[in-house]
Design a protein around this ligand. Sequence first.
Ligand SMILES: NC(=O)c1ccc[n+]([C@@H]2O[C@H](COP(=O)([O-])OP(=O)(O)OC[C@H]3O[C@@H](n4cnc5c(N)ncnc54)[C@H](OP(=O)(O)O)[C@@H]3O)[C@@H](O)[C@H]2O)c1
Length: 248
Amino acid sequence: MKTILITGCSSGFGLEIARYFLDRDWNVVATMRSPRHDLLPASSRLRILPLDVTDEASIRAVVAQAGPVDVLVNNAGIGALAAVEAQSPAQVREIFETNTLGSIAMCQAFIPQMRERAQGVVINVTSSVTLRSLPLLAVYTASKAAVNAFTESMALELASVGVQARLVLPGRAPSTRFAENARPRMEGAIPDAYGALAAQVFANFQDNTQVTHASDVAEAVWQAATDPGAPMRIPAGEDAREWAATAV
Ligand SMILES: NC(=O)c1ccc[n+]([C@@H]2O[C@H](COP(=O)([O-])OP(=O)(O)OC[C@H]3O[C@@H](n4cnc5c(N)ncnc54)[C@H](OP(=O)(O)O)[C@@H]3O)[C@@H](O)[C@H]2O)c1
């Protein structure tokens, strides 16, 4: 029976990916910053471990506790809709430390055991905004585009030791806690000069009926985890698939 370890399982995509793989008889290591045992169905195949991907000691502890992992999913992430000039250096760092450096640190932590067994898949969850740029998302987009570039290069070296790497690119998912979790970072993030632009961005979000559901992301992760012929980049969700098809 195979084991998957997922980051950021307290809500949204991570929680759904954990459910999806549990339903399909995998061993699931669901990691959360603040572990909760009431979110997923009780199962002898489920372990819930604490993990903050920005904390080296926390990563070391999860490696020691998790044991052999066949599939690593770097899903934990944060964002903010904000004008570049209004984002503090601390906030820029926080976004990169979670989305980019956190994913890289997790890869570094789990690759050695995959390499030793000459098997395993690393799946990094980025975003369709890396395919078609949107305003007021520059820092977030940069943090995810860096993970795309990192993963595509890493995949070439990992292939030589029998390990795979894939990208899952979800579209906009209003049903997760992503926007709500971003709100504290958005105070004062849209100076008046960008107010009309921000209103247009929010109106476009409302108008656009094509969205991504957490189940789309779980299915894309399943494809990446189980199909050795899966493409390097897997868009997840109707909107993301359309963007990928029309990306220049
Ligand atoms: N929703 C969208 O529109 C969308 C679109 C494209 C891509 N994505 C990406 O998809 C991923 C999942 O997002 P989501 O929509 O499911 O949002 P979500 O509901 O906010 O889930 C994000 C998860 O990441 C966790 N997290 C944040 N910082 C962390 C850290 N330092 N260490 C460990 N876990 C941390 C959160 O935990 P806490 O509960 O502790 O905060 C939460 O479990 C993210 O990488 C996001 O960038 C989202």
